[in-house]
Design a protein around this ligand. Structure first.
Ligand SMILES: Cc1ncc(COP(=O)(O)O)c(C=O)c1O
Length: 458
């Protein structure tokens, strides 16, 4: 294993899907039709789709076999029990509530524990988490360590929460107004950065001081565990499943999108220890998702996640996964393209504020770069900046703390030559960055505007 430097894809390809190269003129027309919002494009017009790593992974032959095995009984399906075993082997919480994806778990949890006057701290809330908190009238507050807000500062666990900031927030608002503390692993909106075990322990201590429950937004838990194994003292010889169980032992519950580290195309769950909350959440589940042994899912989806959970903690997979993301990031850094450092687990984040300093935040430098990458190379990334986070529930707008463009890597989908092409296109665009112009929004909904807003070039 150690003899060769090249870290290969630990799989071979059994089924292929064509991708289509379009011309820049065609893509310009597609952009105009889409209101310069790449969420509005037809995916068939995208060559390399790095919009998200969510639900876009390739399943293994064993997962497809599980799909065939899926049992569609309404209640008590064997697929449910296989899923439950796979979840609780890693996350031994008392209650597991299946949902059709992560945000459904968030919606159910916060509709039970949120509400006006409440505040929910996190290292950094993901956009759907923030929106689900705010939708109940509660406030979502980010308490990431200061390094987590500085794109070029190197820190091994840049997703860590600031325990002092958390403590100060709880004292200021009163523990009775904090229903739960959340930690997102890895920290997606903060750059796909990991959280250390020591930090989880420190956050746990703060929670214990005030008798508050700690929940994990655990979408990329296996990637986080791999970083702990690589970077944190004392874990080099600990098997990944044990690291995961230790993270679980520090928490009272979790929300999960199975579309990430359950290696599935759909699915998620909410897991927790509190019996009263679980009962209220199950009532909401029945209203919005389905019976408690399938949630919003088919039996076959539960099978895909059960098998995915076994594969995602394999070290060959994680070594390849984290290395292939770093390969893209390191090539861009070498070419002088500013990126969030160190490179995170599931995505490379280009610092659009640094690359396009001539475009002010309220003219959306990240959006400008996203549009350029699609126009020039058919590559679809996503803005994580003022378009995504700049608008507040009262309709006002302020610049987001960072202006990033995320290139998320679907799991087990693209090969090294696809990534080499992406590097070539980005280098070309970065060399011409001073020519890129800003955008203005001409249409937007009240919440989660980045999905559907329409833009015009300035
Ligand atoms: C950190 C984090 N939390 C929650 C979610 C929501 O999950 P889903 O897309 O399955 O609703 C995502 C999805 O990207 C995420 O990255």
């Amino acid at each position: 294993m150690e003899r060769w430097r090249t870290i290969i894809e630990p799989f071979r390809i059994k089924s292929v899907e064509p991708v289509r190269l379009t011309s820049p003129t065609e893509r310009e027309a597609k952009l105009r039709e889409a209101g310069w919002n790449v969420f509005n494009l037809h995916a068939a017009d995208v060559l390399i789709d790095l919009l998200t790593d969510s639900g876009t992974g390739a399943m293994s032959s064993e997962q497809w076999a599980g799909i065939q095995r899926g049992d569609e009984s309404y209640a008590g399906s064997p697929s449910w029990y296989r899923f439950l075993d796979a979840v609780t082997e890693l996350w031994p919480f008392r209650h597991v509530i299946p949902t059709h994806q992560g945000r459904a778990a968030e919606k159910i949890l916060f509709s039970v524990i949120g509400g006006p006057g409440k505040v929910v701290p996190s290292n950094t809330h993901f956009d759907t988490t923030r929106a689900n908190v705010e939708f109940t009238g509660a406030e979502a507050v980010d308490c990431v360590i200061p390094e987590g807000r500085q794109p070029s500062t190197i820190h091994p666990f840049k997703g860590n929460m600031d325990p002092e900031a958390l403590d100060a927030l709880i004292r200021e608002r009163g523990p009775e107004n904090v229903p739960v503390v959340f930690v997102t692993i890895t920290n997606n909106s903060g750059g796909g950065q990991p959280v250390s075990m020591a930090n989880l322990r420190a956050v746990r201590e703060v929670c214990d001081r005030y008798g508050l429950p700690l929940f994990l937004d655990a979408c990329r838990f296996a990637e986080n565990a791999w970083f702990i194994k690589q970077r944190e003292d004392g874990y080099a010889d600990t098997p990944i499943p044990e690291i995961v169980r230790e993270m679980a032992s520090l928490a009272d519950g979790m929300t999960m999108s199975g579309k990430k580290d359950a290696l599935a195309n759909i699915g998620g769950w909410l897991a927790l220890n509190d019996d009263r909350w679980a009962e209220q959440c199950r009532t909401m589940l029945i209203l919005t998702e389905g019976f408690p042994t399938y949630g919003g899912l088919a039996g076959r989806d539960l099978e895909a996640m059960a098998q995915g959970l076994r594969e995602v903690v394999e070290e060959d997979y994680l070594r390849y996964r984290i290395r292939s993301t770093a390969y893209l990031g390191e090539a861009l850094l070498e070419a002088g393209v500013p990126c969030v450092q160190p490179i995170g687990g599931h995505a490379v984040y280009i610092d659009a504020a640094a690359l396009l300093p001539h475009v002010p935040p309220l003219e959306y430098p990240g959006q400008s770069l996203v549009v350029a990458l699609y126009r020039e190379g058919g590559i679809r990334g996503v803005e994580i900046g003022t378009v995504m986070f700049g608008r507040h529930p009262d309709g006002s707008e302020t610049p987001a703390p960072m202006e990033l463009v995320r290139l998320a890597i679907p799991r087990r989908v693209y090969t090294q030559s696809h990534v080499d092409y992406v590097i070539e296109v980005i280098r070309w665009v970065a060399e011409r960055a001073p020519e890129l112009r800003g955008y203005r929004i001409v249409e937007q909904p009240a919440a989660l505007r980045h999905f559907t807003a329409r833009f015009e070039p300035l």
